[in-house]
Design a protein around this ligand. Structure first.
Ligand code: F6R
Length: 365
């Protein structure tokens, strides 16, 4: 049941501290400073020989795969490609030996994702699933994989499955990193950070009231831009998709610096831009992208780290979230964007849990 929540989507957003705990349960080893997975079904030799990883998925799961690309390349230094399943199934790309496929899917029933998995399996590449629904078709056909253990996701717009997928991607990056160059100390540090995550997400949920206020202010806009860089470029894509799906407002996610190559033409006083501004290497760069938008009269909503004093001077509205290391920031920053999409949709009177034209699992191609 809804347990007092007005919609499943909001309930599932609030379940994230628990679903993240479940995703990590039994999968972090202090002794070896690594992640452990029971069901990869690959020999140590096969695992050591992985020199390329292909991630395939659709929609929100594809965004989780994009975060995975940044994480695995950064922590494990293995080249990663992210492919839309609908493209991969017909594209016939050259795939070298030593390539491992992961199909990411909440439902385990998405037709294109299943076809992409079958195609890679047919070519002899180990093909694993990162899946939520136990016993689903993709979980069954894959050579092995990792379950999310997020519990049933009823809202059509995916929320808790997304953060669980990103958490699994982080643990896989740790795992492959520790098979290679990542030191014991570095592994231990990542584990310590991961363990704090559920409480940090709980703390992040405290922005709900503030987000509802901001949502009311912008609910009548016809266009939104979502901008972020590096680990949070996929967060921008996912934030935009959430808004599109449930509020029917046109929204685009972009890597912040791509703005000036076209989309900046859209900016006017009626087009809000949502900026992802975590502390870290590209903060100053994102800030100058933000200034470009302000200079053209565009309203700016910033998702920034607590303690950031500079941002309040420039952004019209700021949502402050807990400070985390950059590689974990996608898991924190997506929470206010889920809430923003939710409150805008409620404000506009949309059917949040059953948006028009969409189905929970897309079993036709
Ligand atoms: C968006 C959403 C869809 C799904 C996509 C893939 O909120 O739910 O974009 O992510 O249809 O579904 P799964 O993960 O079940 O393969």
């Amino acid at each position: 049941g809804l347990e007092g929540f007005p919609h499943y989507m909001l309930k599932e957003i609030y379940e994230q501290p628990d679903s993240l705990t479940a995703a990590m349960r039994g999968r972090l080893s202090d002794v070896d400073a690594t992640a452990v997975f029971g069901g990869l079904n690959l020999t140590p030799q096969q695992l050591r020989n992985v020199n390329r990883i292909v991630l395939t998925a659709c929609g929100t799961s594809w965004h989780a795969a994009m975060v995975g690309e940044y994480l695995i390349e950064e922590l494990a230094r293995i080249p990663v490609e992210v492919e839309y399943a609908s493209e991969l199934r017909y594209r016939n790309p050259p795939v070298e030996q030593g390539t491992l496929l992961f199909a990411l899917t909440q439902s385990g029933e998405t037709a294109d994702t299943l076809a992409a998995l079958r195609e890679m399996k047919r070519k002899g590449h180990p093909s694993l699933a990162i899946c939520n629904v136990v016993g689903s078709t993709i979980a069954h056909e894959a050579d092995g994989g990792v379950y999310l253990h997020a519990g049933p996701e009823i809202g059509v717009a995916s929320t808790k499955a997304y953060t669980s997928q990103v958490a699994v991607m982080t643990m896989l990056a740790l795992y492959f990193g520790r098979l290679r160059h990542l030191s014991y100390e570095a592994g231990q540090r990542i584990i310590t950070q991961l363990r704090k995550l559920p409480d940090l997400v709980r703390e992040t949920l405290e922005v709900n009231g503030e987000v509802r206020r901001i949502a009311a202010k912008y609910a009548h806009a016809n266009n939104f831009l979502y901008l972020g860089r590096q680990f949070n470029f996929p967060t921008a894509l996912e934030g935009a998709l959430k808004l599109k799906e449930i509020s029917y407002i046109h929204a685009e996610g972009y890597p912040a610096a791509e703005m000036k190559h076209g989309p900046i033409a859209l900016v006017d006083q009626h087009t809000p831009s949502v900026f992802l501004m975590p502390q870290g290497g590209v903060y100053d760069k994102v800030m100058s992208n933000l200034e470009e938008i302000k200079a053209r009269g565009g309203p700016v909503i910033a998702i920034a780290a607590k303690g950031d004093k500079e941002i309040a001077r420039l952004a019209d509205d700021v949502i402050y979230v807990p400070v985390v290391e950059e590689f974990l920031s996608p898991l924190i920053n997506i929470v206010p964007l889920q809430l923003l999409a939710y409150h805008v949709a409620v404000h506009r009177g949309c059917d949040v849990d059953k948006p028009r034209n969409l189905a929970k699992s897309v079993t036709v191609e």
